[in-house]
Design a protein around this ligand. Sequence first.
Ligand code: 3H9
Length: 699
Amino acid sequence: MGALFHTRGDVAVITLDNPPVNGLACDVRRGISEALDRVETDASLIAVVIIGGGKLFSAGADIREFGRPEAVAEPNLFSLLMQIEMMSKPVIAAVNGVCMGGGLELALGSHYRVAAPGTDVGLPEVKLGILPGCGGTQRLPRAIGVEPALNMVVTGESIKSEVLAAIPGQKLFDQLIEGDLLAGACDFARACAESRSTDLPLLRHVKASHPNAEAYFQFARNTAKGASRNFPAPAKCVDAVEASVKRTFDEGLAFERHIFRELLGTPESKALRHVFFAERAAAKVADIDAATARRTLDKVSVIGAGTMGGGITMNFLDAGRPVTILETTQEALDRGVATIRKNYEALVRKGKLAADKYERKMSLLRTTLDYTDIADADLVIEAVYEDLKVKEQVFRTLDGVMKPGAILATNTSTLDVNRIAEVTRRPQDVVGMHFFSPANVMKLLEVVRGKATSREVLATVLDLAKTIRKTAVVSGVCDGFIGNRMLDQYFRQASFLVEEGCSPEQVDRAIEKFGFAMGPFRVADLAGNDIGWAIRKRRYIEKPHVRYSRVGDVLCEMGRFGQKSGAGFYDYVEGRRDAVPSPIVKDLLVQFRKDAGIEPRKIGEDEIVHRLVWALVNEGARVLEEGISGKASDVDVVYLTGYGFPRHRGGPMCYADTVGLYNVVRSMRQYARNPNDDAAFWEPAPLLARLAAEGKSFS
Ligand code: 3H9
């Protein structure tokens, strides 16, 4: 690992060598620096090409080093860029595949840049809660103009090299090279060295300007602040890019570096770095590796053309894979296909999907009413009504018709996958695939491993998840799996808050301010309160000793099912989705408290947030100690990708670690003393209590 050196005639070639993404780790930086020194002292060498080993240039600083001495060890990236600027021979960055973060900053600090078409070019630091720390915010505006640069820095999104190369007057890429990048870059380097008459070009000497800087940056700052709530990095990105226009290059560089260091230490950045690694760790399961056998998955079928079945089908169509949907009646099939068409047509209307691509997707769709038509499928995903008896019947039928070795998946959100598997003679082939609604949009896929599910089946489904762009998290079997089991406690606690004196809008406002996309009551109204009602009826009949608030049930008894019935925890004006505080619910709560003998009290936003989040954390700890989830970071990924938990808080378990588990348990014990709360609810899970007592964390 490091940087490799070789020569091609009179051109030196430095190859970044740090798989998987050529992160600019300490050894890599040292290798580049030593190679540059060698070139300076070797009169036979006239230019240098820096290129990435493998399929890409570099994804930037090695994030694994952050917080460790290696991250700042000399030569740091800052010193390395100074060294390049002081070189007497031209340095050419030849980029392909991925050129991001510090990798792009290395290229921007070089004298020239050539690129392979199709390279993903970006400054994604903001997604890690920081900003580019080595000149990215100062050099990119000088290379492509202030507005495109600001967009790239604030959003962190990457753009293809050929798109950037087409910006009029751009100075980012001197040449696009089709074919052999190294050969082309060496030819380019030689031409630069030979035709050289003046100083080598440096982006620091280019002026960054904007015709209406004051108003533009103010607008950009307001937009960034509005979109990111209390997450600080985006607005700081605007400040840094503004410095490229308003300050000298070196002042701008120092300003950027100052903010970079400041942001690096924020809890938001630590949380986002946790999220980055947590999402990648989710796909890694202890007893599965590259050697685990996989099954072929060519033919896919979905049973049920309802909301879930249709959304699941769209995932496969979007990935260019043929799917057959099976339904029990032609009418249900037609309705399902019409909904899929309607969804795609909305995208075509908005210009997000080309008409020919839409037709191509639809041409991959087949429909049938007959199980024998899907008998040779490699994977069948059942997405019928959430009722154990109905699902068991479907699996009996599948067991009778499907070819041996077919994977039989159930899209249940709460039911017992082991019981479903037991009705077949092939429980090893049965697995849960819990998609989240809308299934074509939501990233999360809980892959439920039954007690008999084979490793081969699990590995195949985890691989499949990547191809349909889902973030898969493995869950064991329990009521609600990881996500909905925790959600149940969260909603129970939200309802206790309302019983005690909060209005639904107060609870929602507090947790939305914390960063959740939507509060629990707006979510309940959106999903349909009758769904939770049905689950509660089943769950609390089985567990009569568990206390829960009947507020949601009473609303359902009044027909207030949420948005679909025009009323729920809120009122809704026909044709609109805005949640309007409801005087009926207000009066109902007054009566409810009176009947229950509860003296209402004012509850602050911190208490609301902590009671809701600790409810998640405590159940998350139980999920871990029971082995339902293999790692705390998986629990975080479930909440980040499936339930709108704010990314910059890192997920519930990460947030609890940030606050300190001792403090979490201490405040849970305080809530347990509240006469209107449920003391049993706040009994810390043994794992949580132990970690807190030992001064440890989930991570
Ligand atoms: C920075 O540059 C700061 C500077 O401004 C200033 C410095 C002073 N480091 O995503 P994948 C690993 S901040 C270390 O599954 P893909 C990743 O963990 C940096 N490791 O693949 C995974 O490991 P494993 C700014 C990294 O093909 C493996 O690579 N740069 C890094 O879907 C494959 O990753 C970024 O934020 C890294 N920088 O996507 C870039 N990047 O196999 C973030 C990746 O053990 N990275 N890994 O699980 C990405 O956006 C994507 O990983 C990338 C590849 C597009 C590169």
